[in-house]
Ligand binder design. Structure first.
Ligand code: COI
Length: 356
């Protein structure tokens, strides 16, 4: 059977839906999932949508031991008229293949993966929430399934897509988050896997995250892995700083994730004629700018986080309060415009929307 035929087994035991007004992030999963296998014959095959259930894997599967796995994150949004639409899914699938390349995982057919997402979302469309700020989070991922304890690329894989109705990623919602700059641990270095969306990057961030969350910080801001000087990213989002009338974001350097929301923010700022620079930027500079009253706003951008204003940065023993801990104009306008396009309130002038 060709990979391009998707078989469907309906879930006859549908779950009770959660309260769409109180979803938080990533806690609930829909009735179905998509699976595609990769065989030793080196082909993707057996595309199917089946009831959501635990996977059965050999305990020796490579993914459990050596983390050969990649994932993506995108969302489906319900418009006022009840249509369901995706935001730039082609960008996520392109990135999935870039992550695959880095992790020695076979390429997937991007067009087909988007078709699979559309099919699955259509089947579980009752799970797309419509409360303000909610959406259906789509998590495509690939795991290496060959049972083998030697360190080498797997000969078999599964490409799986699951869906989760979500609210805001941070408890704070659109309100500013407090972020601690990480000085001890590092997330990634150039030449490592920082640019790939792979589990290890997230596993290695947990220790630092745990240490700061005890102090009331939502996340850590990572510095470069060599000099611990240049700002990189937050892990769940890329970062932007408004310095006077200009917006600055760390340039992509091989260890920073190439975010779809990051790219969309840069496109919007260019469109509004707000100067935006992708360049190396240090925490020393940010501190100086803050001292001189030139740091006007800071915010993170990511699929899960959307636009998340940063109200406070803690760095060594210093606390940098930003815009009196309030959401700034540029952060607010970006949030409104991005979500306006995503939820179909605003015209899709950049051709970012794909209808389900
Ligand atoms: C996303 O924003 O989709 C991500 O994958 C980040 C993750 C930490 C939730």
């Amino acid at each position: 059977m060709s990979a391009y035929t998707i078989t469907y087994i309906k879930n006859e035991n549908k779950k009770e839906k959660p309260d769409f007004d109180n979803l938080a992030f990533g806690k609930y999963f829909t009735d179905h999932m998509f699976i595609l296998d990769y065989s030793e014959q080196k082909e993707w095959h057996n595309a199917r949508i089946v009831p959501y259930k635990p996977l059965q894997l050999d305990p020796a599967a490579i993914v459990f031991h050596y983390g050969q796995t990649v994932f993506e994150g995108l969302k489906a949004y319900k418009t006022k008229s009840g249509d369901i639409q995706l935001f730039r899914p082609n960008k996520n699938m392109e990135r999935l293949n870039r992550s695959n390349e880095r992790m020695c995982i076979p390429e997937i057919d991007e067009e087909f993966a988007i078709e699979a997402i559309k099919n699955l979302v259509e089947i579980d469309k009752d799970w797309v929430p419509d409360a303000p700020g909610t959406s259906l989070y789509i998590r495509p991922f690939i795991i290496s399934t060959e049972p083998y304890l030697g360190v080498s690329p797997s000969s078999t894989y599964q490409f799986i897509i699951i869906l989760s109705p979500v609210g805001a990623y941070y408890e704070e919602g659109i309100n500013p988050v407090r972020i601690a700059v990480e000085n001890e641990f590092v997330r990634a270095v150039k030449g490592g896997t920082g640019e790939a969306k792979t589990a290890g990057n997230y596993a290695s961030s947990l220790k630092a995250q745990e240490m700061v969350s005890n102090k009331g910080y939502a996340q850590v801001l990572w510095l470069d892995g060599i000099e611990k000087k240049y700002i990189e990213e937050v892990g769940s989002m890329n970062v932007f700083f408004v310095i006077n009338d200009e917006v600055i974001t760390p340039e992509l350097n091989g260890s920073i994730l190439n975010g779809v929301t990051r790219n969309s923010v840069i496109t919007l700022l260019n469109h509004w004629n707000i100067p935006v620079k992708e360049r190396k930027i240090t925490m020393e500079e940010i501190y100086e700018y803050a001292q001189n009253g030139e740091l006007k706003e800071a915010f993170g951008a990511g699929t899960a986080a959307v636009i998340s204003p940063i109200g406070e940065l803690s760095w060594n023993d210093k606390k940098i309060e930003i815009n009196d801990g309030k959401t700034g104009k540029i952060s607010f306008d970006l949030y409104e415009t991005l979500t306006g396009i995503q939820y179909g309130r605003d015209e899709d002038i950049f051709d970012w929307i794909v209808k389900v």
